[in-house]
Design a protein around this ligand. Structure first.
Ligand SMILES: [Zn+2]
Length: 114
């Protein structure tokens, strides 16, 4: 995350996590390694901006995690869209409602009436 945060709050979050990177679990050497305060659960998912959802992470670890977040966020949005009925997957199996054909019990297919 790139939002500005006071050094006091950064230090409080760093201390609360014993200076450990929440992504790789290694100790962060604050004097030699670049780190930033990061959302544990992506902010776009939870809108949780409290200290409980914040932890220090190496900048390098964060860079590798973010592309995964994007996929996770996209999936969460799809799941939510499905949940409210805005989007539903259509099965393309022959005879299913996703196709314009209907399979009859005797094995022949016919066009579904509109
Ligand atoms: Zn790390």
């Amino acid at each position: 995350m790139t939002r500005r945060m006071s050094p006091t709050r950064r230090l409080a979050i760093y201390t609360a996590h014993q200076g450990r990177c929440h992504i790789c679990g290694e100790r962060i050497d604050g004097a030699r390694e670049r780190w930033e305060v990061e959302h544990i659960v992506p902010y776009a998912l939870t809108r949780d901006d409290t200290d409980a959802n914040l932890a220090p992470a190496h900048v390098s670890c964060h860079a590798t995690k973010t592309p995964g977040d994007v996929a996770q966020i996209a999936k969460a949005k799809r799941v939510q869209a499905k949940h409210v009925g805005a989007w539903r997957p259509r099965s393309k199996l022959p005879g299913s409602r996703g196709t314009p054909f209907r399979r009859k019990i005797n094995g022949t297919t016919e066009r579904r009436e509109p």
